[in-house]
Design a protein around this ligand. Sequence first.
Ligand SMILES: NC(=O)c1ccc[n+]([C@@H]2O[C@H](COP(=O)([O-])OP(=O)(O)OC[C@H]3O[C@@H](n4cnc5c(N)ncnc54)[C@H](OP(=O)(O)O)[C@@H]3O)[C@@H](O)[C@H]2O)c1
Length: 302
Amino acid sequence: MEKLSGQKVVVLGATGMVATPVVHSLAVDNEVWGVARFHNKAAKAAIEEAGVKTVTLDLADPDVSRLPTDVDYVVNLAVTHSNDFAEALRANAESLGLIMRHFRSAKAFLHCSSTGVYAPNGSHPMRESDPLGDNHRVLLPTYSISKIAAESVARLSARLYELPTIIARLNVPYGDAVAWPSMHLEAISTGQPIMVLPGEPSYYSPIHSDDIIRQIPLLLGAAAVPAVTVNWAGPDTVSVQEWCAYLGSLVGKEPIIEETDMALPSVATDTTFMNELIGPAQVHWREGMARMVARSHPETRS
Ligand SMILES: NC(=O)c1ccc[n+]([C@@H]2O[C@H](COP(=O)([O-])OP(=O)(O)OC[C@H]3O[C@@H](n4cnc5c(N)ncnc54)[C@H](OP(=O)(O)O)[C@@H]3O)[C@@H](O)[C@H]2O)c1
């Protein structure tokens, strides 16, 4: 499926970094329902302004009766970053079962997972069959474990409710909104250090929001029972050190790279299965990051 139009689409986590451009794009041609706690009132107002209907709901204790029915597609881009394991597992994993039961008559359900579910393995490009592990523990204590648990809940719910489901393990998203590379850009611009693990470079496969928006209908079209699990990553593998050097060159500042054990490990991503299933992402990292710099630092445009 190349495009969604005329559909009733629910986006969970509608004000998040990944969801915001998605919701704005979907709202052009679809009836979009955005769900979150809406701590950020300005973000809520902005999506409502774009025509999105909002439902305020806490996934840690969701009153699903408040959610719409007769929905065509559901895109779960919500994530709770609680340091409390019980809360994180409840909001990120258990609630997914309640949500998928509520939306069991949908045509397809996209659950956004993370390549942060893989056991660290240096610069090895992670495949979907690779071992899982507590990848993000040093910075986000509950993240990897609750994301792994959520995947299992999504797989079980797909089978219980015969709901076509796709679990997309997202790598590093970036674009116009605040994201990891844009945080690096701001650190470089203001002379703050960027933390990396000691030793070999920290490799990732960043994916631009244009590709995320374009590929959501393709992912929904590939949903199935049993659920499909696929990596969701950009077309290139590049290290934090290399992209920071490039960002620094664009703003005329030398990045300060500091080595520490309190940094995330590499998650370079193998996209062989993704490329077969939905085709490759198209925005190469230098082009995407140059666009990010041009938008947030217009003074650098020549
Ligand atoms: N950002 C990354 O670098 C990255 C990398 C790989 C994968 N991912 C995945 O991409 C997806 C989106 O991540 P993101 O970075 O866009 O997240 P985010 O910016 O932290 O946004 C999370 C969204 O979920 C909502 N939310 C959080 N807790 C909630 C709760 N208890 N009940 C209802 N809504 C809740 C938030 O709004 P409220 O707080 O107002 O409720 C917000 O709308 C997640 O599945 C994440 O694991 C992200």
